[in-house]
Unconditional design. Structure first.
Ligand SMILES: Cc1cc2nc3c(=O)[nH]c(=O)nc-3n(C[C@H](O)[C@H](O)[C@H](O)COP(=O)(O)O)c2cc1C
Length: 160
């Protein structure tokens, strides 16, 4: 059944990251705008990616598809998460959307894999930080674009 990556993106950054991850994992890539229940359920590993907007809000398309996500059967399913954000301008809500998606899929019984260390980032608060780790891959293309490649590679290695 393979790996499916579902992302939302206003400005294209998260879409670009989704494609980079997909090429390393031979994964399918689907925009949440067009995603179906089959996309969410019909894979061995489901990867969800979202940027944060507002002050700690889920990106618009994800927000409008929360019902679809909430109705998907994810009990026991392996889910990995990635988030894009801006730790310099939004240090109190850095990659919060990843934390919102985490709470949602955990409530649905998913097993979240791919936690990452928080060192190398400079922020004050993140909903995506739990017990000293990020619940997925946190990327900051606004301030640390040169670190993205290395961070993706390490995360993909860990997922494999
Ligand atoms: C109006 C606005 C609000 C934002 N709010 C946050 C935020 O609360 N936390 C954060 O980490 N990043 C925030 N960001 C940064 C975006 O999440 C970041 O630029 C992301 O890479 C955009 O992804 P996209 O191009 O896929 O839409 C915000 C950006 C904008 C323009």
């Amino acid at each position: 059944m393979g790996i499916t990556i579902i992302y939302g993106s206003d400005g294209g950054t998260t879409q670009g990251v989704a494609k980079r991850i997909a090429s390393q994992l031979q994964a399918r890539v689907v925009d949440i705008k067009a995603a179906t229940t089959d996309d969410l359920e019909g894979c061995d590993l489901l990867i969800l990616g979202a940027p944060t907007y507002g002050l700690g809000d889920l990106q618009y398309d994800w927000d409008s598809k929360l019902k679809l996500l909430g109705a998907a059967k994810l009990t026991g399913k392996k889910v990995a998460l990635f988030g894009t954000g801006d730790q310099t301008n939004y240090p109190d809500s850095f990659v919060d959307a990843m934390g919102i998606l985490y709470d949602q899929v955990v409530a649905q019984g998913a097993t979240v894999v791919g936690f990452t260390p928080t060192h190398g980032y400079d922020y004050t608060h993140s909903l995506a930080e739990r017990d000293g780790q990020f619940v997925g891959l946190a990327l900051d293309e606004d301030n640390q674009p040169s670190l993205t490649g290395k961070r993706i590679a390490a995360w993909v290695d860990h997922l494999k």
